[in-house]
Every structure is written in structure tokens, then in C-alpha cells.
Design a protein. Structure first.
Lengths: 59, 244
């Protein structure tokens, strides 16, 4: 495919867009792993929302 | 299932666990169709191949604005109904909206340089979008500054609703002021001015970007609910250590 004299601008724009989307996906996946690990640690310690739940706990 | 059932965090997690794989698959499919259409789309008679930047720049701009509208609706949920899932929706949307707005600014600059001869001008459209990006950063900083999620949500909700004033300014900036940026060419009275050979790939890419936003937003909302569960457990653990 020939992008003409402005190929560098077009390619850079698409690379930037891919980088932003990849960054968002990586942030969400890594954040989920981190939070899952912490919740698993609590579970292993026998601390869970069910065992400690109060009326004010919505989560 | 009523809306109030969906607003229960546990029910929300169960429902989104089932919906997310389908939504992600639909996003990938939409992008596959969109990118193949972009590849086949003809060059513009004036702009040449640089028109290909439009297929990512315009959807990114729409999503940057859409995310703020989502946050504004969620802000009403926070302030009027005080529902914690509205707080979660608003907080999760902010970084995603910021990312799409950044994408809009970067791709716009890269499109502007060959077409206008400059990466940046302080015209009304570009400046109002930059203000939107800075407001996203402000809301994200606010969420991080206040420890109590409920208090942070109320403060961020007020800032979000005040910032919503910028949305019509962005939309109508090209009509209200003389700008280097082109006027509206898709959503305008009298119909689109874009040829269908370019308009159809643009619409498909906009659908793909919207599906991507929904997928990322739901996933980020799930993370935020988990973060609040971690916070609750940490507080309970700290309370247990301190004793009665």
C-alpha cells in the first residue's frame, strides 16, 4: 500500500493509537491481576466479606 | 431483571462476567471489518492518503466526548441517588476517556502537520479538546487525592458536571468561532458531506471504538469494585487488629 509523501505521519498516528489502546488493556489486565492476588491473600487468611460483613458493607 | 438488580455490585459482577467475552469478541470483529474497510477506502481528492488518519482521529474524538457524557450521567447518579455503582462507573470511565482524548490530540496533530503546515494552533476546537484532556487529568487526580471513595465521588461528580459545559463548546466551537479545524461534516443539518466510500469505514470504525470503550469500561468497573472490596477487607482487618 502506498501512503504517498505523508506516510510517516499516517504510520505514526496508527502506531500511537495502537500504543494507547495497548496501554489501556495492559493497565486493566495488570490491575485485575494485582487486585485478585490481594483478595486471594485475604481469602487464604480466612478473611472474607461474608465472614466479616456488616450492614454498611455494600461491596 | 430490573435496573435496580443490575445496580447491585455482586449482580453486576456476575452479569458482566458473562457479557465481557462476547463484547470483547464483538470488538475484535468490528475492528477486523473496520480496518479492512479502511485499507480499501480511496484516498481523498484533496488530502490524499492522510485521510486514513481520520478513521482513528474522529472516533477517538467522539469517544473522548462520550466518556465525559457517561461520567456526567454517573455524576447525577452519585449526587441524586447516591448509588455507589454510579461512583464506580464515573471513576472507571475517567482514565479511558483521557486515553481516547489523548489519542484524538496526538492523531490530530499528526494529521494537521501535513495538511495545515503545523502540529498545533490555539484555535477554539483544538483548545477546547485540550481543556477536556486537562479536565480528565484533574478528575483522575481528585479521585487519587481523597481517601474516602464516597467523598471523592461527590467532589468528582461536581467537577464533572461543571466540566460538562465544555462538551457543547467542543461541538459548536467550529461554528461559533473562525477555526483552522474543519466544520462538522458527519453529524450536521442537511446530512453528511463525506462520500459514502469514506463515510462507511468511518462509521464502522466508530462502532468498533464504541464497543472497545464499553468493553474496557465494564472491565475497569469490575476492577474498581474489587478495589473497594480490598479496601473494605483492609479496614476490617485493621479494625480486628486494634481490637474492640
Amino acid at each position: 500500500m502506498n501512503f504517498g509523501p505523508h506516510a510517516a505521519f499516517i504510520i505514526t498516528a496508527y502506531v500511537a493509537a495502537i500504543a494507547v489502546v495497548a496501554g489501556l488493556i495492559a493497565w486493566i489486565v495488570l490491575d485485575r491481576r494485582h487486585l485478585s492476588r490481594i483478595l486471594d491473600d485475604f481469602e487464604a487468611q480466612g478473611i472474607s466479606r461474608r465472614s466479616t460483613r456488616t450492614d454498611g458493607d455494600k461491596w | 431483571m430490573s435496573l435496580i438488580d443490575l445496580a447491585n455490585p455482586s449482580r453486576f459482577l456476575a452479569l458482566t462476567a458473562r457479557a465481557l467475552p462476547w463484547l470483547a469478541a464483538a470488538t475484535v470483529l468490528a475492528f477486523a471489518i473496520g480496518i479492512s474497510q479502511v485499507y480499501l477506502a480511496p484516498d481523498d481528492y484533496q488530502q490524499g492518503a492522510t485521510v486514513k488518519i481520520m478513521f482513528i482521529h474522529v472516533p477517538a474524538a467522539w469517544l473522548g466526548i462520550f466518556a465525559w457524557i457517561v461520567m456526567s450521567v454517573a455524576a447525577l447518579g452519585t449526587l441524586v441517588w447516591r448509588h455507589p455503582l454510579a461512583d464506580v462507573a464515573a471513576k472507571a470511565a475517567a482514565p479511558i476517556g483521557a486515553a481516547f482524548t489523548l489519542m484524538c490530540l496526538v492523531t490530530g496533530s499528526l494529521w494537521g502537520r501535513p495538511m495545515w503546515g503545523t502540529y498545533w494552533v490555539w484555535d477554539a476546537r483544538l483548545t477546547s479538546v485540550l481543556v477536556l484532556f486537562l479536565m480528565y487529568l484533574g478528575v483522575i487526580a481528585l479521585w487519587r487525592t481523597i481517601d474516602d471513595p464516597a467523598q471523592a465521588a461527590r467532589t468528582a461528580a461536581i467537577l464533572t458536571l461543571v466540566g460538562a459545559i465544555n462538551i457543547p463548546i467542543i461541538k459548536f466551537s467550529v461554528d461559533w468561532w473562525n477555526t483552522l479545524h474543519q466544520p462538522a461534516s458527519v453529524f450536521r443539518l442537511g446530512g453528511s458531506t463525506i462520500h459514502p466510500a469514506i463515510l462507511v469505514p468511518l462509521i464502522v470504525m466508530a462502532v468498533a471504538f464504541t464497543l472497545l470503550f464499553l468493553t474496557l469500561h465494564l472491565a475497569a468497573m469490575r476492577n474498581e469494585i474489587m478495589r473497594r472490596r480490598v479496601r473494605t477487607l483492609m479496614m476490617l482487618q485493621a479494625g480486628a487488629r486494634m481490637g474492640p
